[in-house]
Design a protein around this ligand. Structure first.
Ligand code: UD1
Length: 420
């Protein structure tokens, strides 16, 4: 069932609880490897990337037990330090397991995660981080073998990241929690998912200070202890459904989502014409959109800037709006590929290098399009809600990597969307 049929134009209404965050839970699952015991994660989303991480952890020797949205990981025994190639090719973020394996076992082995449609995605900063912490890294063709050089243990160090890479910051945290001495990471990424990883590690017994800032100080500890941690709502999934209201109009309430994780996107949606109420205490966002969005100008940046993962859903609603927009993509060079599919739906978009010029036009027209990538695929569903007639989106398995069930969720919001 990798096709989605959308019957538009829609008008959204209703309430929806947002699934747990994919980008937060994956590094927490890697963190569970650091503890010779049990880590319980709650509000874990049922998505393919989590299934893939569970498969890797089981291969390595962990016992993983899932009940609903609760995942119990018992990492008492490890039988391998090698991440199988088939999983690395399915989910390139599995590379952060190298840091966790080095921390736990003093060695780790992975194949090289290649580029993907959104960009070349090198891991040079990840490897620099591990070297800074005393790992010897052998790159042989597409294999990477890492070993803690001094007595099987990594050593704390002070270093500056060249770029606030999310993955490399996670790599640094995972590798340093059990290292000897103190690590200071300057220029660290500050995404909400990084803060959650720090909080989760601290709950496990790690000592990390500076959470939420670009300087993280990690005091190595001998061992961690059993713990339980609740994963926060997925800001990108929430942002996608907010974009859907922007495209289709209507009024919805999203629950279990922290509004301050989405400050810049919410400000922009207000600028485009939405009325938004943010409730930080109840963890809710209410949005109402009664017009077609006016044009916006924005660029993607590391947090707290506009998230690159929401660039395509925003392009989708702006294409169905009524103004001129300029989007600058500064994080992933290949993230404009979705524009070609949006054009097939009547979107008027011109790409010039890292800039996209969008001229809004409502309604869009129905077409047969291809999802190709995770967020870009979800953006096509957003656009289809503002198109007349039946839009068929093919290759939707990419969407299932990050959304529990985008059709189910949008049906709860009264859209006519189904798998088929
Ligand atoms: C994570 C998120 C992804 C999000 C991205 C940026 C997960 C599983 N994925 O990806 O959804 O879009 O953050 O918010 O959490 N780079 C290098 N060398 C490196 C590492 C990164 O040049 O060693 C470059 C990348 O090619 C990219 C930029 O840095 O251009 C940002 O990448 P990074 O922040 O590392 O993103 P990911 O951790 O891969």
């Amino acid at each position: 069932m990798s096709r989605i049929h959308v019957y538009g134009p829609a008008r959204l209404s209703g309430e929806l609880s947002i699934q747990g965050s994919k980008n937060a839970v994956l590094p927490m699952m890697a963190a569970a490897l650091l503890h010779k015991g049990i880590t319980v994660l709650t509000n874990v989303p049922t998505i393919q990337d989590v299934d893939c991480m569970v498969s890797i952890l089981r291969y390595i020797g962990c016992r993983c037990n899932r009940r609903g949205s609760t995942l119990e990981i018992d990492a008492t025994f490890l039988r391998s330090v090698k991440i199988p190639d088939c999983y690395v090719s399915q989910m390139r973020s599995s590379v952060i397991l190298l840091g966790a394996l080095l921390g736990r076992a003093g060695e780790g082995d992975s194949s090289y995660p290649g580029g993907c449609l959104i960009g070349a995605r090198p891991i040079d900063i990840h490897l620099e981080v591990l070297r800074n912490l005393g790992a010897e890294i052998l790159e042989d063709g597409d294999r990477i073998s890492a070993k803690a050089a001094c007595g099987g243990k990594l050593c704390g160090a002070q270093f500056q990241l060249r770029y606030p890479s999310v993955g490399a910051t996670e790599q640094a945290l995972l590798a340093s929690v059990l290292a000897d001495g103190i690590t200071v990471v300057q220029g660290a990424a500050r995404e909400p998912e990084i803060c959650q990883l720090c909080q989760c590690l601290n709950r496990m017994g790690a000592i990390i200070r500076g959470v939420g800032t670009d300087t993280l100080t990690i005091k190595g500890v001998e061992k961690l202890h059993d713990s339980r941690f609740d994963v926060r709502g997925d800001r990108i999934v929430a942002g996608t459904y907010l974009a859907a209201v922007m495209a289709a109009s209507g009024s919805i309430l999203l629950k279990d989502i922290t509004p301050s994780d989405l400050t810049v996107p919410l400000d922009l949606m207000e600028q485009a014409g939405a009325c938004i109420i943010r409730d930080e205490v109840k963890e809710q966002i209410a949005i109402s959109m009664e017009s077609h969005p006016v044009g916006l100008q924005f660029e993607t940046e590391p947090y707290p800037g506009f998230p690159t993962d929401l660039q395509s859903p925003f392009m989708a609603f702006l294409a169905a709006g009524e103004g001129e927009s300029l989007i600058r993509e500064q994080v992933f060079e290949g993230r404009f590929a979705t524009a070609e599919e949006l054009k097939r739906m009547g979107g008027v978009i011109r790409i010039n290098g890292r800039e996209a010029y969008v001229t809004g036009h409502y309604p869009l027209k129905n077409a047969k399009v291809k999802a190709r990538v995770l967020r870009g695929g979800a953006a096509l569903v957003v656009a289809a809600l503002a198109a007349e007639g039946e839009t068929v989106i093919e290759d939707c398995r990419h969407i299932e990597r990050g959304y529990e069930d985008i059709c189910r969720d949008l049906r709860v919001l009264n859209a006519d969307v189904r798998w088929g």
